[in-house]
Design a protein around this ligand. Structure first.
Ligand SMILES: Cc1ncc(COP(=O)(O)O)c(C=O)c1O
Ligand SMILES: [Zn+2]
Length: 428
């Protein structure tokens, strides 16, 4: 199904804004914008190709700055219609970029250190960004049920977005996730199915469901809508640069599950350079995993191009994808930009969650513990330059992974309601 022409359908052209086609990341073949995710010739993954507005960076910058305080300010760079902000959505994004001076001191960073805190999204993770774009595509393709395979956060984001936009939802998760994730995935009233298996089993099941009459007419945000879904992560790159005053950071530390987010942040940064919205200078991308699910960092450190699947065993359940779809692309990006992929133990994840909370007042989920822990390790190992401008991502909220810190976090004392008792506790 090669793309016929960009103007072949004016309705769909308007629905997808500047997007003109899907293109294969392996062989470059182009296809019409549709609910497809794999190349018909080589089975490579498809991504959205654009005809982006060029030639007037100052005008584009002004247009963006005059837009709403959410991801829709970047509509001119996304596969969405120009009036997307008027359609019902959770309107995620424009989360805080926190200048983390106290964390910087603890880590020995002498340059600028920032934490992009995506726990501030409507369902408390970065997944609201990717879902918002996928919902828009689902609307255009006429799907009425939204679905996904999820390590937890995505299920909640799909449930909430479906509720807001008036879709039915049915989402799939491994049966043994944290209570906070399960409740968040169920509370919005859609169907939630726990599968006896890990995420890779859930994902395989969803791929089968797509090909079955039982899944007909369903939009799986991270399967048949994956090319659109992925584009939502570009908004992290846009926001970081805009919030730095239209500057590229020198180094970014990003968590990896499937690797989609990392690859699309790189895509977003490259677009900003091409459009002249930021200066053209090098940046380094670092990937972060938990040791108990580290297929990409293992391949990186071994110098391999192929990512060998692992069976996950870590408290960082949101990142527990043993067979990451975008793993090889992550390796390419880390190597091309001069970055690295590193992992930390569960104990280091917990320590890093507490370090971030204690220094910056940000309570991260385990994925944020992974990025902060990896940042510390990369500095200690001399791989991340502490004198440069660094952005570390916190992609989710600690309230959803209380179990990770609860065993080692609690009241300093339990006392009787008397001053004597308080003094006895030694806290005065
Ligand atoms: C909180 C959080 N951070 C990061 C990720 C990684 O996302 P990706 O699959 O795009 O690598 C996930 C994935 O579920 C997540 O839930
Ligand atoms: Zn191909």
């Amino acid at each position: 199904m090669a793309v016929q022409s960009v103007e072949s359908s004016t309705t769909s052209a308007a629905a997808f804004g500047p997007a003109v086609a899907l293109s294969c990341r392996e062989c470059g073949e182009r296809f019409d914008l549709g609910p497809i995710f794999a190349c018909g010739s080589c089975f490579g993954p498809l991504e959205v190709a654009y005809d982006l507005p060029s030639g007037d960076p100052e005008g584009l910058r002004k247009q963006i700055e005059a837009g709403p305080d959410n991801i829709w300010r970047y509509a001119p760079l996304l596969p969405v219609p120009a009036d997307v902000a008027a359609l019902p959505s959770l309107s995620p994004g424009f989360t805080q970029l926190v200048k983390a001076d106290r964390l910087a001191r603890e880590l020995g960073v002498t340059g600028e250190l920032h934490v992009k805190d995506d726990s501030g999204n409507p369902t408390h993770s970065f997944k609201d960004r990717v879902v918002a774009i996928a919902v828009q595509a689902a609307r255009t393709f006429g799907f009425t049920t939204l679905s996904c395979s999820s390590t937890g956060n995505l299920a909640g984001a799909v449930g909430a977005a479906a509720a807001r936009a008036g879709f039915r939802s049915c989402v799939f998760i491994p049966h043994d996730l944290e209570a906070g994730k399960v409740v968040m995935a169920a509370v919005y009233g859609g169907e939630l199915v726990g599968i006896e298996g890990n995420y890779d089993d859930v994902n395989r099941f969803c791929s089968e469901l797509i090909g079955d009459p039982a899944g007909e007419g369903w939009g799986f945000v991270n399967v048949n809508l994956r090319p659109y879904y992925g584009e939502g992560s570009k908004t992290l790159a846009y926001e970081i640069c805009e919030q730095l005053g239209w500057r590229l950071p020198d180094q970014i530390v990003i968590p990896i599950a499937s690797g989609s987010q990392l690859t699309k942040i790189d895509k977003g940064l490259k677009e900003l350079i091409k459009l002249g919205l930021v200066e053209d200078k090098p940046y380094k991308i670092f990937g972060a995993q938990a040791e108990g699910c580290s297929p990409v960092s293992t391949a990186f450190k071994a110098g391999h191009d192929v990512v060998r699947p692992q069976k996950p065993n870590t408290i960082a359940k949101s990142l527990a994808i043993g067979n990451p779809a975008d793993g090889p692309y992550v390796l390419d990006i880390a190597r091309r930009t001069g970055g690295a992929v590193e992992d930390v133990t569960d104990e280091q994840v917990v320590d890093a969650i507490k370090l971030l909370a204690r220094t910056e007042g940000i309570f991260a989920e385990t994925a944020g513990g992974v990025t902060v822990g990896v940042t510390k390790k990369l500095i200690e190992d001399g791989l991340l330059d502490p004198s440069l401008t660094t952005v570390v991502l916190n992609t989710g909220d600690g309230l959803k992974t209380l179990d990770a810190v609860a065993p080692t976090t609690g009241p300093s004392a339990i006392i009787r309601p008397t001053l004597d008792s308080f003094r006895e506790a030694g806290l005065a």
